[in-house]
Design a protein around this ligand. Structure first.
Ligand SMILES: [Ca+2]
Length: 277
């Protein structure tokens, strides 16, 4: 998750603004408790009447305020705290050997992604492994519920998550995913590499036919993740260690230093010791 500034720079919020104007967002009253959530949903549905389908707004009107989401969001920084060494050890544990197997098994998709987007397999493998253990844990929180709860919360509503809620509703509106019936991580992250809804809209790609499915299709996870890096300025064949141009793209992926530093270090280990022969 980036700061507002980072996201603006990354064009994530900009791309949402192009889809739905945010002028009416300020009329909605945020809150730090769940008390006014039902009224807020009613006001929201009035504001966006005609901008989303009736069926989409009907799904939105059924979501509940999720206290677990808010509790976790308030403690979010703690997940990335501590020294880099301890963070790296904890998060990278066991990733590389599985990355080796996945690289071999899905070589055709990694090759395609590298050819098309210039993003090397080890970067995608690292992100996929760190985010969900290669789609092993996709999260247990209803995605529309978490984005709506975060959009309603005062700390979040004016910026990032209001846009994410609009993106989530756009995904439902276009019939891409029924996010009111799908689970993700606590901030409404979607699929194998935990795209926020706006990232899904900008970068989700069908890489193996049959439509986009970043929950179940490894090919789509690989292609979509590579596309996100390319969309954000990845330079083909360039170095990605700290200080490089590609590292600045890595910094847009997640704003926590420990996470940012883990990506090139683990990717290098995967490339040098675990690449298929
Ligand atoms: Ca597909």
């Amino acid at each position: 998750m980036g700061t507002l500034k980072t996201l603006l720079r990354a064009g994530i919020i900009g791309s949402m603004l192009a889809i739905i104007p945010l002028s009416s967002a300020h009329a909605l009253q945020c809150s730090n408790t769940g008390k006014n959530f039902n009224n807020w949903k009613k006001e929201f549905a009035l504001e966006y009447k005609g901008k989303f389908k009736k069926s989409t707004l009907a799904k939105f009107s059924k979501v509940n305020y999720n206290t677990k989401v808010m509790k976790s969001d308030r403690n979010n920084k703690a997940k990335f705290k501590g020294s880099f060494d301890s963070f790296y050890k904890r998060r990278s544990k066991g990733v590389a050997p599985i990355a080796k197997k996945k690289w071999k098994k899905y070589k055709r998709f990694f090759n395609k992604a590298e050819k098309q987007f210039g993003v090397p397999a080890e970067i995608i493998l690292t992100i996929w492994g760190l985010e969900t253990g290669f789609s092993g844990f996709l999260g247990k929180t209803n995605i529309l519920e978490s984005t709506a709860t975060l959009a309603y919360d005062c700390r979040r509503s004016e910026s990032l998550f209001f846009n994410e809620l609009l993106a989530a509703l756009t995904i439902i509106d276009k019939g891409m995913i029924n996010l009111d019936k799908r689970n993700g991580a606590i901030h409404g992250e979607i699929g194998g590499t935990q795209f926020l809804p706006s990232r899904f809209l900008s970068s989700a790609t069908d890489y193996d036919g049959g439509g986009v499915d970043v929950f179940r299709s490894p090919g789509d996870v690989i292609g979509s993740t590579a596309k996100w890096f390319a969309d954000n300025g990845w330079k083909r064949g360039g170095d990605y260690q700290r200080g490089s141009a590609n590292f600045r793209v890595i910094m847009k992926w997640n704003r926590a230093d420990n996470y940012q530093f883990t990506i090139p270090k683990l990717a290098k280990v995967i490339r040098t010791k675990y690449a298929p022969k």
